[in-house]
Design a protein around this ligand. Structure first.
Ligand SMILES: C[S@@+](CC[C@H](N)C(=O)[O-])C[C@H]1O[C@@H](n2cnc3c(N)ncnc32)[C@H](O)[C@@H]1O
Length: 274
């Protein structure tokens, strides 16, 4: 599945839990303030702004697969110390390596983590770090259960029946193995429970979780779908999240097999940076 377009305006308004949780992830980067850091899945730029705050002399390379999210991030942040790229992270290609890669609330949207980690590994300079948080097993369990019910119902089933749960909630052990296979060293992955307490639960669910459904349903049907989902879940006011954290270092050994990663200068073809 390629990256979906998102409702960036609503996401910016409702995604306060994701913003709040990102602070600990940014702190784990332990930055000096002058580095170049990839924000993998920058969304509408709220979390990216927090990353820029700890990089007063540095730069952010902000990548997202949703044109609406990239546009919202650009409008929010301008071009000072940030470059924006609308790309699928599974196919990530950067002009030059970054010092570190950071990601918040994004990797569970990407089905093939082996490919993702391989792309990230080759986008980071040797010795640089990957620090990320995304959904892990049990994440948004109420929403997953609600979607299992509602996607099978008429009149939604034809359009979204196959989309029961579009998420890849990987566990820490398999993630550590994949990180090593992709060329990362000393991976450390762990789970953490969080509760999302929100002011507007329906808008929160729509903007944080339902982008692939919104894309496949016309406006009226999406409204009905979202109403029915809230009903099937019993109108929750908060949501249980399970976060998968990952910290790893880009190894200095051989680059894993695969095609070239950097796209313009010719530098950074496979193996050149070793
Ligand atoms: C929940 S939002 C998180 C945004 C931001 N990092 C935050 O914490 O608020 C997930 C983001 O991942 C992006 N995304 C999902 N799959 C992607 C992919 N394959 N390539 C690039 N971006 C992707 C979406 O477009 C969306 O902006």
């Amino acid at each position: 599945m390629t990256a979906s377009d998102w409702d960036a305006e609503t996401y910016s308004r409702v995604a306060s839990p994701q913003l709040e949780w990102s602070a600990d992830v940014i702190a784990r980067l332990r930055l000096h303030g002058d580095e170049t850091v990839l924000d993998a899945g920058c969304g509408s730029g709220g979390v990216t702004a927090g990353l820029l705050d700890v990089l007063p002399r540095g730069h952010v390379v902000a990548v997202d697969g949703s044109p609406a999210m990239i546009e919202a991030a650009r409008t929010r942040l301008g071009n000072r110390r940030v470059s924006f790229h609308c790309q699928d992270l599974s196919e990530l290609t950067l002009d030059r390596p970054v010092d570190h890669a950071f990601s918040n609330s994004t990797f569970h949207w990407i089905p093939d983590h082996a490919k993702l980690f391989s792309r990230l590994n080759r986008a980071i300079r040797p010795g640089g770090r990957l620090v990320a948080q995304c959904g892990g097993p049990g994440n948004v369990a109420e929403i997953v259960r609600g979607l299992e019910i509602v996607t099978r119902e008429e009149p939604f089933r034809d359009d979204v029946g196959e989309l029961e749960a579009p998420w890849n909630f990987a566990d820490p052990d398999e993630t550590e193995s994949r990180l090593i296979a992709a060329g990362f060293a000393e991976p450390h992955c762990w789970l953490e429970k969080r509760l999302a307490i929100v002011d507007d639960p329906q808008s929160f669910v729509e903007a944080s979780c339902l982008a692939p459904y919104r894309e496949r349903l016309d406006q009226d049907l999406f409204r009905q779908f979202s109403d029915r989902l809230m009903e099937a879940m019993g109108y929750p006011e908060n949501f249980s999240y399970v976060r998968l954290n990952m910290d790893a270092t880009r190894g200095t050994g051989q680059v894993p097999a695969g095609g070239p990663v950097f796209n313009s200068t010719g530098k950074g073809e496979r193996g050149e940076r070793e």
